[in-house]
Ligand binder design. Structure first.
Ligand code: FMN
Length: 369
């Protein structure tokens, strides 16, 4: 039996297999609220067979959005829209749903990705960004360094969004502390030159992300809690795998259930050694030095590759992003390739005999209820 298709318990919930669909921004929200696009996009992924489908980076306050198309979770309309999406995903499938809570910090206020993703002028609806220090991302506009009032506001903003997410019925909440966004900006010496209790030593740089984690933990009991963290900034003077391990250990002590180990995004000067599974060794390092459940991500595209990662114990589960956009039934295909049974919705069961002869599907227990 393929390990990839064995269940895994992460905190309070058990997930049917070790495949997660990674969070992927869709730039399709309307005033922070998820739209019909999210319904069809996440609806398709709900039928993918993945044990966990992650909802994209969702901002905890309007200025934390990276674009005007980013979803947020800071008012009742946003919450109602999220509820609608989750209800649809759950109504027909036993999928578990996670949401990634985020704040773009100095990488906020940009045009939609397919319109170039460059900074948005105020005339086009943009705003001044917030960051740990007044240091721009490359040639982008200089952000405002967060003052005491901003810091006071941010922690409850994350907690409030977590409360809303739990109320909307998510199984899992993940904090985005990677890819150069606000929590990562606090962690990294590249973007954080503060001289107060939130900058300088690693302990100080971790202070805000850990406070946010604790506030989210307290606001959303009963959900799986995780953090997407960076193992390398790929630039001299940036975060190293050792610092990532230290952060993961602090998170574990604070009650975190899992981490997703990724890298990059803090500085355009980064030099990333990209290749198949290029971040898996980082995940393995964190796994060896903590008792956290660890999710690996980054150019994991072949079913055999995913199986090797979990079977060898380098990570406990994998996240699939672009490969799942190209093939939303990636987990079905992986089950076929690895000879593992998989549960699929009754509406789709006739696919089994026509697509891949010999493919084993399970009777849909929860899906039929
Ligand atoms: C369209 C798109 C949107 C993304 N949006 C997010 C996001 O909202 N949050 C996040 O943490 N990563 C985001 N990512 C990064 C992916 O989650 C993933 O880490 C990355 O694509 C590497 O995995 P892959 O090689 O399987 O694509 C995005 C990637 C893509 C392709």
């Amino acid at each position: 039996m393929a390990k990839l298709f064995s269940p895994i318990t992460i905190g309070p919930h058990t997930y049917a297999n070790r495949i997660a669909i990674a969070p992927m921004a869709q730039y399709s929200a309307d005033d922070g609220s998820m739209t019909d696009w999210h319904l069809i996009h996440l609806g398709a992924l709900a039928t993918s067979g993945a044990g966990l489908v992650m909802i994209e980076a969702t901002s905890v306050e309007p200025m934390g959005r990276c674009s005007l198309g980013d979803p947020g979770l800071y008012n009742n309309e946003n919450e109602a829209a999220l509820c609608r999406v989750i209800e649809a995903m759950r109504r027909y499938t036993p999928v578990k749903v996670g949401i990634q809570l985020s704040h773009g910090g100095r990488k906020g206020s940009t045009a939609l990705h397919w319109l170039g993703g460059q900074p948005l002028s105020t005339a086009d609806g943009g705003w001044e960004n917030l960051a740990p220090s007044a240091l721009p991302f490359g040639t982008w506009p200089t952000p405002k360094a967060a003052d005491a009032e901003d810091l006071e506001r941010l922690v409850p903003a994350f907690a409030d969004s977590a409360r809303r997410a739990a109320r909307a019925g998510v199984d899992l909440i993940e904090l985005h502390a990677a890819h150069g966004y606000l929590l990562h900006q606090f962690l990294s010496p590249i973007s954080n030159e503060r001289t107060d209790a939130f900058g300088g030593s690693l302990e100080n740089r971790m202070r805000l992300p850990l406070r946010v984690f604790e506030a989210v933990r307290d606001a959303a009991p009963g959900v799986t809690l995780g953090v997407r963290l960076t193992a390398s900034d790929w630039i001299d003077g940036g975060i190293t795998p050792d610092e990532a391990v230290a952060f993961a250990q602090k998170l574990e002590a604070a009650g975190c259930h899992y981490v997703d180990v990724t890298s990059g995004g803090i500085d355009p000067r980064q030099k990333i050694a990209v290749g198949p599974g290029y971040q898996v060794s980082f995940a393995h390092t964190v796994k060896q030095k903590t008792n956290l459940v660890v999710r690996a991500v980054g150019l994991i595209v072949a079913p055999e590759q995913a199986e090797e990662i979990v079977a060898s114990g380098k990570a406990d589960l994998v996240a699939i992003a672009r490969a799942a956009l190209a093939n939303p039934r990636w987990p079905w295909e992986a089950a076929h390739v690895l000879g593992a049974p998989i549960e699929i919705p009754p509406q789709y069961q006739r696919a089994s005999s026509s697509a891949w002869p010999g493919w084993t599907i399970l009777a849909p227990k929860e899906a039929a209820e």
